[in-house]
Design a protein around this ligand. Structure first.
Ligand code: BGC
Length: 811
């Protein structure tokens, strides 16, 4: 069942009913100011850090779902409605929500009045702009009222939800004309405030929630709107809000438009005040002056659209498959940008309060956005590496505002170091910029022990080499990629962290998955070393990789698939010997994509076992059989009911690993089948089952053992975005950046047909045409570059060229 449709021309998803199975959201903002916005106007805004600098309040786990938001109420006689339907939920005669690239539009109509709302965050400003146009579609004059509504969060979102004994006494505002200033805590240690303003004279305002809504009412029936009169309240403590009342007369056919701005402003410490208790409003006035007319807004909106058009033109594909085209050209890359901005911090499933930026998450996200914003990827790599420890291990998370590691979770996730090599290698393969390796980067933010980034990578590699267990496989530490496989933890009491409780690290528990990663990224490290002339170091890395391959094909091999791990007692995890959890997806995907067992046959066997034991119509499950009881020696993984999350859910993140692995062994049909199964555009027609947004990937789809098999959860902030983009663009379509130039090596399903790719790469545009006259899955028979035949399939990099035309004949 569908709840909307794609509009590829405008790069939008059009939601046609507010009653979607779950809130379907979008993200506004590209730099420092962000808003989450749902198809019913729910969501919240923050500056830089969703925990520490939150502008508006959101109520998690609330009923009805998805409250609070930034709302417009229209009062037309007795009818009160919202263009985005919530919170009044008045039935609308027309409703549409268009989620676009960095903006969202609503169209609502009730009776003779229609309203069109555009919300976006300008490219270079710290505010959300909302333009609302109300129109009288009837044949007689109309007098209506428009009310705006935002509820302020008292900045620190965690504190805001917990510390009422203090917070209900701290709220402060100022009101000047149509501008409402939220200045809680400004009197002491904050130098920032929020502002909500409209470009017309307001006929009333409210800043106290109780006055606007009424003590026992809700957003669905605010007193002030029902009575058609704001109270001009000035909040003092309690619950500060901002609402404007605008009385409007509309002639038949007439439209009027209003521009609202919700912004974040900062003052230098010594220029905080205009007078005693009067905040310095200069930055707000400067910001608001930019959005006074429709033309101002249109110009700023055009900038945003141009930005996205340009950005997304860096990689475009044209196949005969619409779904592939729209996911690759629009939504998959867009989601990669959102994960760049948010990591795993703020979504409708991540409260923005718990985790900051994940070390491994951010490194993997980089794989999906490095071709779009290489400069920012460079900075990101340096930020991440600055949270590494001197021994090569790393803080598992860091806070975006301070860029400091989170010590409550600490380090000890033994896959983390290798992801830094993955991210850095992707950056250099994309840009050719090896100078990043010479950057001097601190450890744990301590400049006194800083070394080159290259040395960071060496220490990453050595961390694995120096932390091996009894089978010469990497020690797992607190967990590897699978945060929930906690082999050194043994927690028996609720509330203890599965990752940090107990010894957490141990000399026995080993991860075959990290072994696979070591092969993949050890080789990439060696390639980098060769590229910068460090041949001895390259040889050293390759000999370590060889040792690892031996261990993987020895103690890491179970006969038909790769074992997942050895636990703290030396018992196998993910082996045919186990009663539950006999086979896991991660080592099959990663070992095979790293090339382990490709020549000796294990790779094919592992892929066959995945298909036989883990596959479903909605994707590949993480393990089978699901754990039916809690295994203290395995940890959080067995805490989930069967079929959910890491306990046999379909973790979309590692489906592309298997798809990539299939391309490595040359099975384009299977690689593409896997791609399709989790691809949101293919799931649109079963939205009543899948439930999450049909334009972005979800972290998890409930597995076969779950009651709600096929149901998606945790949409948006998932490594699935980056890995799927890597899979489809670099392995299936086969446009892979190497250190020496672009390599073209597609691995496509039968019947996929010819296709073209346009790709920006190191300051040139590559126009690639792939022809497949014999309908093969893999193999490049012939390649011409600007009309000249070349041998091999890597396009020699020539910095003097701005446009390069490539023709590939598969066969
Ligand atoms: C985390 C990842 C982790 C994955 C599997 C996600 O929630 O962000 O870091 O790899 O779960 O446990």
């Amino acid at each position: 069942m569908n709840f909307g449709h794609f509009d590829d021309e405008n790069m939008e998803y059009v939601v046609t009913t507010p009653k979607t199975p779950l809130p379907w959201i979008n993200y506004l903002g590209s730099n420092d100011f962000f808003s989450l916005i749902s198809n019913t106007s729910g969501g919240y805004s923050f500056y830089k850090d969703a925990k520490l600098l939150r502008l508006t309040r959101y109520r998690y786990n609330d009923v009805p779902l998805d409250s609070n938001g930034k709302y417009f109420y229209i009062k037309d006689g007795a009818a009160i409605w919202n263009p985005g339907w919530q919170p009044t939920k008045t039935e609308l005669d027309e409703y549409e929500c268009r989620h676009g690239m960095g903006y969202t539009k609503f169209h609502g109509k009730k009776g003779d009045i229609s309203a069109n709302v555009l919300c976006f965050v300008p490219m270079d400003d710290t505010c959300e702009v909302q333009k609302i146009v109300v129109t009288n579609d009837g044949s007689s004059e109309k007098k209506i009222q428009l009310f705006s509504y935002v509820e302020f969060c008292l900045w620190n979102a965690m504190d805001d939800m917990t510390n009422y004994q203090r917070n209900l006494s701290t709220g402060e505002v100022e009101v000047i004309g149509s501008t409402i200033y939220h200045k809680t805590e400004y009197r002491e240690r904050r130098n920032h405030y929020a502002v909500y303003s409209v470009n017309t004279k307001a006929d009333g305002f409210d800043t106290s929630r109780e006055d606007f809504i009424g003590v026992y009412n809700s957003g669905a029936n605010p007193d002030a709107v029902i009575e058609g009169k704001c109270r001009n309240s000035i909040a003092s403590g309690w619950y500060p809000i901002a609402s404007h009342q605008i009385d409007i007369t509309l002639a038949p056919g007439e439209s009027k438009s209003y521009v609202f701005v919700l912004g974040y402003c900062e003052n230098p410490k010594d220029q905080k005040w205009e007078a005693q208790d009067v905040i310095n409003k200069a930055p707000a006035e400067k910001m608001l002056a930019k959005y006074q007319t429709d033309e101002d807004v249109d110009k700023s909106f055009d900038n945003l659209r141009t930005y996205w058009k340009k950005l997304l033109s860096k990689f475009t594909v044209n196949t005969k498959n619409d779904k592939v085209n729209r996911m690759v050209n629009i939504w998959n890359q867009y989601q990669c940008m959102v994960t760049f901005n948010m990591s795993r911090s703020a979504s409708y499933y991540e409260s923005g309060i718990g985790r900051g930026m994940g070390f491994r998450d951010s490194c993997q996200d980089l794989l999906g956005f490095v071709h779009l914003i290489p400069d920012r990827a460079r900075q990101r790599i340096i930020d991440i590496a600055s949270t590494q420890f001197q021994d090569g291990s790393a803080y598992h998370q860091y806070q975006p505002l301070t860029k400091k590691g989170n010590s409550d979770i600490g380090s000890g996730f033994n896959d983390d170091p290798l992801w830094l090599i993955a991210g850095t290698s992707a950056y250099i393969r994309e840009t050719g910029d090896t100078t990043i390796l010479d950057e001097i980067v601190p450890y744990d933010n301590d400049m006194s022990v800083a070394t080159s980034l290259f040395e960071h990578l060496t220490r990453s590699l050595d961390y694995i080499i120096n932390h091996k267990g009894p089978h010469d496989l990497p020690l797992i530490g607190r967990a590897d990629w699978n945060d929930c496989l906690n082999l050194n933890c043994f927690s028996e009491h609720p509330g203890e962290s599965f990752q940090t409780f107990g010894p957490s690290e141990g000399p026995v528990a080993e991860s075959v998955f990290i072994g696979g990663m070591f092969v993949k990224y050890g080789n990439e490290y060696a390639d980098l070393c060769d590229f910068i002339g460090k041949k001895d170091e390259a040889d050293r890395a390759r000999s370590e990789v060889e040792k690892m391959v031996k261990a993987l094909l020895g103690a890491g091999w179970d006969g038909k698939w790769f074992i997942r791990a050895y636990d703290a007692n030396g018992n196998k995890v993910g082996s045919n010997e186990c009663d539950e959890g006999k086979i896991y997806i991660e080592p099959q995907g990663f070992c095979v994509l790293a090339g382990v067992g490709v020549e000796t046959g294990e790779a094919q066997k592992a892929m066959d076992s995945v298909k036989e034991m883990l596959d479903t119509k909605y994707g590949i499950m993480i393990l089978q059989p699901a754990y039916t009881r809690y295994h203290v020696e395995l940890g959080e993984i067995s805490s989930y009911p069967p079929g959910y999350k890491e306990n046999a859910g379909i973790f979309c993140h590692n489906n592309p690993w298997v798809s990539i692995a299939e391309t490595v062994i040359g099975d384009g049909d299977r690689a593409f089948e896997i791609y399709q199964k989790t691809c949101p555009a293919y799931l649109q027609d079963i939205s009543e089952i899948h439930r999450t947004e049909p334009y972005v990937y979800s972290q998890m789809v409930a597995g076969r053992d779950a009651r709600f098999h096929g149901q998606g959860k945790n949409s948006w902030l998932t490594g699935t975005a980056a890995w799927t983009f890597t899979d489809i663009s670099q392995y299936i379509l086969g446009v892979y950046p190497t250190l020496k130039g672009l390599q073209i090596n597609p691995c496509i399903p039968h019947g996929f047909g010819d296709f073209t790719v346009t790709r920006e790469y190191r300051n040139a545009v590559y126009h690639i045409t792939v022809k497949n006259p014999s309908d093969v899955c893999k193999g490049v028979l012939k390649m011409t570059v600007d009309g000249n035949d070349i041998s091999g399939n890597v396009i020699p990099y020539d910095p003097s060229k701005k446009d390069v035309n490539i023709e590939i004949v598969m066969g």
